[in-house]
Design a protein around this ligand. Structure first.
Ligand code: BES
Ligand code: ZN
Ligand code: ZN
Length: 493
């Protein structure tokens, strides 16, 4: 989809159709030319309602508030309403009086996210006519926001949404087409396309050399051998170093603690954390953020077989801790344990892991919300506030010393599952905490994206399937850091 921003009044723009976002507080706005038709057509200015008038080639879509996420939903709903038409171009006015550039960005994101579809495996693809959307800044109030800043906000929105859509593509790809090796190839190719990005891929030999006993055990039974992928974005004069660690289980069958069939379906999505980390790098590079950003991906398949790791095994992790395996389906934390240890060698200022780690997190917060865990309340609040702006939902799950004790093992330093089934998302986070060195405790965040990463029904502007969870919240978070630094520098001057 092409998005253009023009400094013309909507009426003067040539396009085959017009999209009008309707807020109940702005019903008399001059863009609303068919108000009298609303009642006849049974259109109520109500959440998720749209009205398409083919005669006048206008589509009205309810805007429940001027909050960025309602802008995203509203424009995505409008696109849904005209999906089957033959219109090639559409124009839309931005309520700049009500919507500063932050909402121009949201509008662009809503357009890009809402028009995504995954058709790699369809013989007949859905016909898509709409190619261009032209945004008018007609309603511009002329005070604090310039046309240029609106245009820049739209460009940023396109970059962030596009990175999210690419993350969806990787997650939606089947386990056959996205093995650890193929994921590594994808990352290598991406690095070549991006500015200031390099890729390193470590194979099984490398994992052995690094003594990543926990990661290796998970990967053992699969014919598709594991990879450690490191993508690094290093601009000149980087101000801080961020490291994102992604769980990249290209398939999670549960291993010998095999998942029941109903639970195994969708487990191609167990690589969502990896895909998010990879595409945060894409966004960071395209936005030219002033930080070093690294993605460390543990890519493996959790399978069954004669040489599979077993409940009762004791593994030795990279940091030397021993782990009693009591359930091979709690594999993500084993892969992450070694990857987090490896990531700390980079001496990050901030360390974030993204993982579809537990079903318990989905039980706790519902499908749409990411679980945020860590020791630093400041960090947890900062990611949550950036997430809110990005349109992603988060909920904090608190650690406590009693849950920590549930991971005790009688034979090893720690067990890979807790002795109680309650608080499973938190005990998984506390398991990871065992692999975070003291100096990084307050720099670490754990994001459990098991809920929002892959949902089989569409929701808001998200299609059924992968949502790219984590990409937008972390990119907004990085952007917010960049903004803070810029302003501190200004103050110093
Ligand atoms: N990949 C799953 C978690 C998951 C569940 C992701 C649902 C997305 C949707 C993870 O590896 C897993 O199987 N976790 C177990 C942990 C348990 C054995 C302690 C779980 O959540 O049941
Ligand atoms: Zn599992
Ligand atoms: Zn898993």
């Amino acid at each position: 989809m092409n998005i253009e921003v023009v400094d013309k009044v909507v009426e003067k723009i040539e396009a085959e159709c017009e999209i009008i976002l309707v807020s109940s507080s702005e019903l008399n706005h001059k863009w609303i030319k068919d108000k009298d038709e609303f009642e006849k057509a049974g259109f109520k200015v109500k959440e998720d309602e749209t009205l398409f008038l083919p005669g006048s080639a206008r589509v009205y879509s309810t805007l429940t508030s001027f909050e960025p996420d309602d802008v995203r939903v509203s424009v995505a709903n409008a696109l849904k309403a005209i999906r089957k038409t033959n219109f090639k171009s559409a124009k839309i006015g931005l309520y700049t009086k009500k919507c500063p550039p932050i909402n121009a960005r949201a509008l662009a994101e809503g357009i890009m996210l809402g028009s995504y579809s995954f058709e790699r495996y369809k013989s007949e693809t859905d016909k898509k006519s709409l190619e261009t959307i032209i945004i008018s800044t007609e309603d511009y109030n002329g005070n604090s926001y310039t046309f240029e800043s609106t245009k820049k906000a739209v460009e940023e929105g396109v970059i962030i949404a596009n990175a999210t859509n690419c993350a969806k593509d990787v997650v939606n790809t089947t386990p056959y087409d996205m093995t650890p090796k193929k994921l590594a190839n994808y990352a290598e190719k991406l690095a070549k396309e991006l500015e200031n990005v390099e890729c390193f891929v470590g194979d099984e030999k490398f994992l052995k050399k690094e003594k990543m006993g926990a990661f290796l055990a998970v990967a053992k039974a699969s014919v598709n051998k594991p990879r450690l992928i490191k993508l690094s974005y290093k601009p000149k004069d980087a101000k801080k170093r961020f490291v994102f660690v992604g769980k990249g289980l290209t398939y999670d069958s549960g291993g010998l603690s095999l998942k029941p069939s109903d639970y195994m379906v969708t487990m191609k999505s167990d690589k969502s954390g990896a895909s998010a980390a990879i595409h945060i790098i894409k966004a960071a590079s395209e936005l030219k953020l002033p930080f070093e950003v690294h993605a460390i991906i543990g890519a493996a398949e959790n399978m069954i077989g004669g040489n599979a790791y077993k409940p009762d095994d004791v593994l030795v992790a990279r940091n030397g801790k021993t782990i009693e395996v009591r359930n091979t389906d709690a594999e993500g934390r084993l892969v992450l344990a070694d990857c987090l240890d490896f990531a700390q060698d980079l001496k990050p200022d901030y360390l974030v892991d993204l993982a579809t780690l537990t079903g318990a997190c989905v039980v706790a917060l519902g499908e749409y919300t990411t679980g945020v865990m860590g020791h630093s309340s400041e960090l947890k609040h900062s990611i949550s506030s950036s997430a809110k702006k990005s349109g992603e939902l988060t909920g904090m799950l608190p650690f406590n010393k009693y849950l920590k004790k549930l991971l005790k093992s009688s034979i090893a330093d720690i067990s890979n599952i807790a002795s109680s089934r309650y608080g499973g998302a938190i005990t998984a986070g506390l398991f990871l905490d065992n692999f975070i060195k003291d100096e990084f405790k307050d720099k670490w965040l754990h994001l459990d994206i098991a809920g929002p990463a892959f949902i089989e029904k569409e929701w808001g502007y998200n299609q059924a399937g992968a949502s790219g969870a984590g990409v937008r919240m972390c990119t907004y978070w990085l952007k917010d850091f960049a903004y803070k630094i810029k302003n501190v520098h200004k103050e110093v001057k």
